[in-house]
Design a protein around this ligand. Structure first.
Ligand code: NAP
Length: 312
């Protein structure tokens, strides 16, 4: 299949990230068919002329390229590996590009299954958040070589400003987990810096300004700390997704007998946040773990859920 023929695009998973990414493909003139578990979340794309498919199979059957941006590895498994999933129903020569942050081993398996059926499957997780998805400036981590990805580049360039090639199937996912490890510790760092500032009566905004001027600066302190300080915990990147990523990262590290105590600590903190009802809050909700009960309750957390679990 030549590059020029990659015109018909299917998109499975039109949540926070997927809807924004798919919109760029439409803007660039690609013929787009979409499927999402909850149809309403695809409505903005349908209103702009995207076609609706009632299943991944229906979306994939005539597509040259299928993008997937679902939540968890179990969703990726369902969409690709079910008997009527993408691996079985895409046409020969088609591309499948998984943008989900998912398991490296699952990405290797899917790549291998696709190859034996004369299809192409590549892991391509992204970073840059909802903001980057809307602006079309995401950074992509590809589990293939630059040469292998050539036919895809016109499509990928519609929603990215940087593409890094990690050469092997699954390696894009490993790179993404490295990114999440670094991010998680920065998030715990800003939450704890602001907690100490508050407890000692310092102006938290002034402390943030101080940190941003030195080597303790991070994108988390720059972009997420203001949300915490404003009490805005709406999801841009869900806490339950960061917990998923850190669990994938600690699983990889365990396999390699690599000890990552900072990541384990961050994972445990996000696990706690999810256990008390914060899974669907934005990841900036980690700062709530350092707040008093009234503030937590106002944000929707319920610490009695921990007692219920202890009593199980
Ligand atoms: P999201 O808003 O929950 O979107 C995921 C979408 O996938 C949902 O609309 C969901 O349907 C749909 N879905 C799940 N399983 C499906 C299935 N089997 N068939 C069809 N649709 C299915 O999450 P998101 O924030 O866009 O994140 C998506 C992925 O990108 C996650 O792996 C996340 O870790 C990663 N990521 C997120 C960000 C970010 O800033 N948000 C940044 C980089 C990477 P429903 O509507 O029915 O739930």
């Amino acid at each position: 299949m030549s590059t020029m023929r990659l015109r018909k695009v299917a998109f499975v998973g039109t949540g926070i990230m997927g809807a924004a990414i798919a919109a760029h493909l439409m803007d660039a003139g690609y013929d787009l068919t979409v499927y999402n578990r909850t149809k309403e979340k695809a409505q903005s794309l349908l209103d702009r002329g995207a076609k609706w498919a009632a299943s991944p199979k229906e979306a994939a059957e005539s597509a040259d390229v299928v993008f997937t941006m679902v939540g968890y590895p179990k969703d990726v498994e369902e969409v690709y590996l079910a008997s009527d999933g993408l691996l079985a129903t895409t046409q020969k020569g088609a591309w499948m590009v998984d943008l989900t942050t998912s398991s490296p081993q699952l990405a290797r398996d899917i790549h291998g299954y696709a190859e034996v059926s004369d299809k192409h499957a590549v892991d391509c997780p992204v970073t840059g958040g909802e903001e980057g998805a809307i602006a079309g400036t995401l950074t992509l981590m590809l589990g293939c070589t630059q040469k292998e990805a050539e036919p895809l580049m016109p499509l990928l360039s519609t929603f990215s400003s940087k593409v890094l090639f990690f050469d092997e199937a699954g390696a894009g996912q490993v790179a993404k987990l490295c990114n999440q490890i670094s991010l998680a510790s920065c998030m715990v760092g800003y939450a704890e810096a602001l907690a100490l500032a508050k407890q000692t009566g310092l102006d938290q905004n002034k402390v943030r300004e101080l940190v941003l001027g030195g080597t303790g600066a991070s994108a988390a302190m720059e972009r997420l700390a203001p949300l915490s300080l404003d009490g805005d915990f709406a999801p841009r990147f869900k806490s339950e997704h960061l917990l998923k990523d850190l669990s994938l990262a600690t699983f990889e590290a365990d396999e390699l007998e690599l000890n990552l105590p900072g990541t384990t600590t961050a994972r445990n903190l996000f696990d706690l946040l999810c256990q008390v009802g914060g899974g669907s809050l934005g990841s900036q909700g980690v700062s709530l773990l350092y707040e008093d009960e009234a503030t937590c309750t106002a944000a929707g957390l319920d610490w009695s859920k921990l007692d219920e679990q202890d009593g199980d």
